[in-house]
Design a binder for this molecule. Sequence first.
Ligand SMILES: *Cc1c(COP(=O)(O)O)cnc(C)c1O
Length: 389
Amino acid sequence: MSGRNSLFVPGPTNVPDRILRAMHRAQEDHRSSSFPALTLGIFADLPKIFGSTKGQAFIFPASGTAMWETAIVNALSPGDRVLAVRHGMFSHLFIDTAQRMGMQVEVIEVEWGDAVPAGTIEERLKQDTAGEIKAVLVVHNETATGVTSDMAAVRAAMNAAGHEAMLMVDGVSSVASLDFQLDKWGVDFAISGSQKGFMMPAGLGLLCVGPKGLAAIPKAKSPRAFFDLRDHIKLNGDGYFPYTPALSHLYGLREALDMLLEEGMPAVIARHRRLAEGVRLAVRAWGLHACAKDPACQSDTVTAVVVPDGADAERVRDIAFRRYDLALGAGLGKLRGKVFRIGHLGDLNPLMLLGALAGTEMTMADAGIPIVAGSGVAAAQQWYRSTQA
Ligand SMILES: *Cc1c(COP(=O)(O)O)cnc(C)c1O
């Protein structure tokens, strides 16, 4: 098919030409005296995107999934008790990782489509008078359901309980797109990756560790080798890595940080809010609803659209891809076939998104879903015309 594929999965996202060009590099000696000129700047700037001046950033040739494991093994010891919330596929997999690394995970089960219940976390921590719970694991933006949870409320709940547990937050689909405040929220380990808000190809696991998290690293007894942050701490300060880093990706990350800092995080966050609102208005105009029920927790980076009973969201996705070269996100786990997802994060503007909404309308009409073609596009157009970038 000619023209570009419309990539509207919630990661990987569109890679701006600026980043592609920056990554197009000859390889070089990663132990040269000039290499730290690149890496030290990255280590200085990356925490800013996590909302941190006190934290330390770590970069691995890996993906977000690996950063779950890295956070767990560097903070905890096998047999440690942790508290986690399951409300979608990514929180499920975070829990699964903790279990496989030998943690005893106490799970707060929440309906898929609801947010992290800060009140329940507070209650459970208050009951733990012996302080057996070592960490709280939450997903800031549950990409499977399109739900953003209130991390300031989780921190407030932990403080109200007077509990010393560490806070581990998965920010893979929120950091660099949504407001993320590691210092203010007292996040001890924040997990991310390169292929969502950072607008890069997949391939980097990104982690930012707060002061209390850093202090936990030498005490953790979990076995670890490649993911041992102590090796990074020894070398990163001088701009080096304990192995061959992903050189092209580091140049891409440098460019991504420049782009984010040039636009400014408040503007990046506002842009995502405005783009998302157009999608929400379109979904409403179609007479459909988002999987995220509470409007206050509807994500500005991804919308999971619930298809009517009897319709198959996987068929919608397949038609979109084959007929219109439009990639929509799949329903994951128990949401398979029930929702399709529109990713609206990264390097995007209203016209790109209007194209995706038009394609989604054509696809749903083809799939026999009774929507009025043009209705969602018109609602989004009206919104983008009446609001400023
Ligand atoms: C994408 C995603 C992950 C997994 O990241 P990978 O880079 O695919 O390993 C984890 N958590 C959330 C919330 C995600 O959106």
